[in-house]
Ligand binder design. Sequence first.
Ligand code: FES
Length: 166
Amino acid sequence: ERLPPGDPAKRAFAYMVLTGGRFVYASLLRLLILNKDVLALASLEVDLSSIEPGSTVTVKWRGKPVFIRRRTEDDIQLANSVDLTSLRDPQVDSDRVKNPEWLVVVGVCTHLGCIPLPNAGDFGGWFCPCHGSHYDISGRIRKGPAPFKLEVPQYTFLDENKLLIG
Ligand code: FES
Protein backbone atom coordinates (compact mmCIF):
# COMPACT_ATOMS: atom_id res chain seq x y z
CA GLU A 1 0.00 0.00 0.00
CA ARG A 2 1.03 3.60 -0.43
CA LEU A 3 2.31 5.51 2.59
CA PRO A 4 2.31 9.31 2.72
CA PRO A 5 5.68 10.77 1.84
CA GLY A 6 7.61 13.01 4.23
CA ASP A 7 7.31 13.06 8.01
CA PRO A 8 8.49 9.64 9.39
CA ALA A 9 6.05 9.92 12.33
CA LYS A 10 3.13 10.31 9.93
CA ARG A 11 4.42 7.40 7.89
CA ALA A 12 4.67 5.20 10.99
CA PHE A 13 1.14 6.15 12.03
CA ALA A 14 -0.22 5.44 8.57
CA TYR A 15 1.56 2.06 8.59
CA MET A 16 0.01 1.17 11.95
CA VAL A 17 -3.46 2.10 10.72
CA LEU A 18 -2.98 0.08 7.57
CA THR A 19 -1.61 -3.02 9.27
CA GLY A 20 -4.17 -2.68 12.07
CA GLY A 21 -6.87 -2.50 9.44
CA ARG A 22 -5.54 -5.65 7.87
CA PHE A 23 -5.60 -7.38 11.25
CA VAL A 24 -9.22 -6.39 11.87
CA TYR A 25 -10.16 -7.54 8.38
CA ALA A 26 -8.43 -10.91 8.91
CA SER A 27 -10.14 -11.34 12.28
CA LEU A 28 -13.53 -10.57 10.82
CA LEU A 29 -12.94 -13.01 8.02
CA ARG A 30 -11.93 -15.71 10.48
CA LEU A 31 -15.03 -15.01 12.55
CA LEU A 32 -17.28 -15.28 9.51
CA ILE A 33 -15.71 -18.60 8.51
CA LEU A 34 -16.03 -19.91 12.07
CA ASN A 35 -19.67 -18.85 12.21
CA LYS A 36 -20.34 -20.72 9.00
CA ASP A 37 -18.75 -23.86 10.47
CA VAL A 38 -20.69 -23.47 13.70
CA LEU A 39 -23.93 -23.05 11.77
CA ALA A 40 -23.16 -26.14 9.70
CA LEU A 41 -22.62 -28.11 12.89
CA ALA A 42 -25.69 -26.66 14.52
CA SER A 43 -28.14 -28.22 12.09
CA LEU A 44 -28.20 -31.51 10.27
CA GLU A 45 -30.23 -32.46 7.24
CA VAL A 46 -31.40 -36.07 7.11
CA ASP A 47 -32.86 -37.91 4.13
CA LEU A 48 -35.77 -39.98 5.42
CA SER A 49 -36.66 -41.77 2.19
CA SER A 50 -34.62 -44.92 2.86
CA ILE A 51 -35.86 -45.52 6.43
CA GLU A 52 -38.18 -48.51 6.52
CA PRO A 53 -41.34 -48.44 8.66
CA GLY A 54 -40.60 -49.94 12.06
CA SER A 55 -36.90 -49.18 11.93
CA THR A 56 -34.70 -46.66 13.68
CA VAL A 57 -31.66 -44.86 12.35
CA THR A 58 -29.10 -43.07 14.46
CA VAL A 59 -27.48 -39.87 13.26
CA LYS A 60 -24.91 -37.70 14.97
CA TRP A 61 -25.89 -34.14 15.78
CA ARG A 62 -23.79 -31.74 17.84
CA GLY A 63 -21.73 -34.70 19.02
CA LYS A 64 -24.75 -36.63 20.28
CA PRO A 65 -26.68 -39.54 18.78
CA VAL A 66 -30.20 -38.76 17.63
CA PHE A 67 -32.67 -41.57 17.00
CA ILE A 68 -35.12 -41.26 14.16
CA ARG A 69 -37.79 -43.90 14.35
CA ARG A 70 -40.24 -44.43 11.52
CA ARG A 71 -43.26 -45.65 13.43
CA THR A 72 -45.86 -48.05 12.13
CA GLU A 73 -49.59 -47.68 12.77
CA ASP A 74 -49.22 -50.21 15.59
CA ASP A 75 -46.37 -48.19 17.11
CA ILE A 76 -48.47 -45.04 17.03
CA GLN A 77 -51.44 -46.79 18.60
CA LEU A 78 -49.21 -48.23 21.29
CA ALA A 79 -47.72 -44.80 22.03
CA ASN A 80 -51.20 -43.37 22.47
CA SER A 81 -52.68 -46.18 24.52
CA VAL A 82 -50.56 -45.45 27.60
CA ASP A 83 -52.14 -44.36 30.86
CA LEU A 84 -50.24 -41.12 31.48
CA THR A 85 -50.78 -41.31 35.24
CA SER A 86 -48.62 -44.43 35.26
CA LEU A 87 -45.63 -42.59 33.81
CA ARG A 88 -42.70 -41.29 35.84
CA ASP A 89 -42.17 -38.37 33.47
CA PRO A 90 -45.44 -38.11 31.59
CA GLN A 91 -46.09 -36.43 28.27
CA VAL A 92 -48.76 -37.14 25.74
CA ASP A 93 -47.32 -38.66 22.55
CA SER A 94 -48.78 -35.97 20.28
CA ASP A 95 -46.70 -33.35 22.10
CA ARG A 96 -43.54 -35.33 21.35
CA VAL A 97 -43.91 -35.58 17.59
CA LYS A 98 -44.63 -33.25 14.70
CA ASN A 99 -45.75 -36.11 12.52
CA PRO A 100 -46.86 -39.28 14.37
CA GLU A 101 -45.01 -41.43 11.84
CA TRP A 102 -41.67 -39.99 12.95
CA LEU A 103 -40.25 -39.95 16.44
CA VAL A 104 -37.04 -37.92 16.80
CA VAL A 105 -35.23 -38.09 20.15
CA VAL A 106 -31.75 -37.53 21.50
CA GLY A 107 -30.20 -40.96 22.04
CA VAL A 108 -28.73 -40.32 25.45
CA CYS A 109 -30.10 -42.17 28.46
CA THR A 110 -31.32 -39.72 31.09
CA HIS A 111 -29.82 -41.85 33.85
CA LEU A 112 -26.07 -41.60 33.32
CA GLY A 113 -25.76 -40.90 29.63
CA CYS A 114 -25.32 -44.28 27.93
CA ILE A 115 -26.73 -44.85 24.46
CA PRO A 116 -29.88 -46.99 24.63
CA LEU A 117 -30.44 -49.77 22.10
CA PRO A 118 -33.27 -49.24 19.63
CA ASN A 119 -36.12 -51.69 19.07
CA ALA A 120 -35.42 -53.28 22.42
CA GLY A 121 -36.78 -53.42 25.93
CA ASP A 122 -40.18 -54.31 27.37
CA PHE A 123 -42.08 -51.42 25.80
CA GLY A 124 -41.14 -51.61 22.13
CA GLY A 125 -38.82 -48.60 22.23
CA TRP A 126 -35.31 -48.55 23.67
CA PHE A 127 -33.37 -50.45 26.28
CA CYS A 128 -30.36 -49.00 28.03
CA PRO A 129 -27.96 -51.85 28.79
CA CYS A 130 -25.92 -49.87 31.33
CA HIS A 131 -28.40 -50.14 34.21
CA GLY A 132 -31.56 -51.46 32.60
CA SER A 133 -33.79 -48.51 31.68
CA HIS A 134 -36.69 -49.22 29.33
CA TYR A 135 -38.14 -46.47 27.14
CA ASP A 136 -41.35 -46.80 25.18
CA ILE A 137 -42.13 -46.12 21.53
CA SER A 138 -42.51 -42.43 22.37
CA GLY A 139 -39.14 -42.37 24.17
CA ARG A 140 -40.77 -42.09 27.60
CA ILE A 141 -39.14 -43.83 30.55
CA ARG A 142 -41.19 -46.82 31.68
CA LYS A 143 -38.91 -48.95 33.83
CA GLY A 144 -35.42 -48.78 35.35
CA PRO A 145 -33.44 -46.00 37.00
CA ALA A 146 -33.62 -43.24 34.36
CA PRO A 147 -35.56 -40.27 35.74
CA PHE A 148 -36.73 -38.61 32.52
CA LYS A 149 -37.98 -39.36 29.03
CA LEU A 150 -35.60 -39.03 26.08
CA GLU A 151 -35.23 -35.44 24.98
CA VAL A 152 -36.84 -34.26 21.77
CA PRO A 153 -34.45 -31.96 19.87
CA GLN A 154 -35.54 -29.01 17.78
CA TYR A 155 -36.35 -30.10 14.25
CA THR A 156 -38.45 -29.27 11.22
CA PHE A 157 -39.55 -31.17 8.15
CA LEU A 158 -38.16 -29.43 5.07
CA ASP A 159 -40.39 -31.63 2.93
CA GLU A 160 -41.90 -35.11 3.02
CA ASN A 161 -38.49 -36.79 2.95
CA LYS A 162 -36.17 -34.26 4.52
CA LEU A 163 -35.68 -33.53 8.15
CA LEU A 164 -33.62 -30.68 9.55
CA ILE A 165 -32.41 -31.25 13.08
CA GLY A 166 -31.35 -28.13 14.99
FE1 FES B 1 -28.96 -45.82 31.08
FE2 FES B 1 -27.98 -46.02 33.53
S1 FES B 1 -27.18 -44.93 31.87
S2 FES B 1 -29.74 -46.93 32.71
